[in-house]
Design a protein around this ligand. Sequence first.
Ligand SMILES: *Cc1c(COP(=O)(O)O)cnc(C)c1O
Length: 401
Amino acid sequence: MPAPILPPEFAAALAPATLLVRGGSERSAYEETSEALFLTSGFVYRSAAEAEAAFKADGSRYVYSRYRNPTVTMFEERLRLIEGAEACRATASGMAAVFAALFCKLRAGQRLVASRALFGSCHYIVADLLPRYGVETVLVDGRDLSAWEEALAPGAAVVFCESPSNPAMEIVDIAAVARLAHRAGAVLVVDNVFATPLLQKPLALGADVVVYSATKHIDGQGRALGGAILASEKFIREDLGQFYRHTGPSLSPFNAWLLLKGLETLELRLERQCRTAAAIARHLAAHPKVAHVLYPGSPSHPQYELAQRQMSAGGTLIAFEIAGGKAGAFRCLDALRLVDISNNLGDSKSLITHPATTTHSRLKPEQRAVLGITDGLVRLSAGLEAETDLLADLDRALGAV
Ligand SMILES: *Cc1c(COP(=O)(O)O)cnc(C)c1O
């Protein structure tokens, strides 16, 4: 088995920009420059005794790609170094990561407390699926620390939140919720998709587990699904280990290879996309057809100070309310010529979506109202296009409202 090119102790001291390009790389006998794609499901043994030993060993020898694969390992190791986590497991999608991280830890009769502002599929797992298996789930206003405290008073096994939230950009005070979770005996799982591994460090703020949809900014080019779970060595081995091995949420080596290449340009893309998002937020705030703008990097965001404290930039996503409700929002979306209507995000192409009729259409109207998902709200993911072209496209489209 080749050793990592950078010894882990050396790699741990390198800056993110370096790790994004070189972290976790291993080289095969052919001495290639770019990470090799090991598109293989199985591995062979030179003798029956070697196979026997491999199955008895600690799992470090490659046995089957549902368990581990060298290209997937390189992606896991690169992301682990960037996140500053002890261990990482990659998954086939962000939802596989969320489901595995929650399900592997919970037993019938235990409690899960979560912020109510969750990505639609996360809400389904928490509110519909887990209760079927005897898990009691409680949803709280993630912005309200006294609501967390009250919900956690009877104790809990897992606490789950997303910050900033999709799509209304609510911010959860991760350090404060981590303290409350630990006091209640729970592990805190944070969905860090909107903030990305570079803009927010939940583990340093006290969280125990971080989950990603790598489909979003990590691929960042709209090509592949993927996800990841980052946590302590103990969580990954003892809580997730057997669940992961036997239920098969594994990432395909091909997608792992794409995601490795995605990480190489993550910092450059984020820099540009955050700058563009901030410019769009400023521009829209002054637009007569826009009722309000929600962007964590804008001083007008109701939790701006908290966002400043726990994020190093405002992110690439903006939510804004268009005058005229659903009809106004639809007219704007339909009049855009550059920005695509799509529910994906974090892509190099700017994308816009109307959450009330797409990602959050499964919720009841009252639930949407509580989450601030009004009929006029749209979510924009800033891409890599020129800022001037995007502003002109938005102005033209808002002119049609
Ligand atoms: C997209 C997304 C997910 C799910 O990820 P997939 O890769 O689509 O499965 C989970 N959480 C958030 C916040 C997301 O944006």
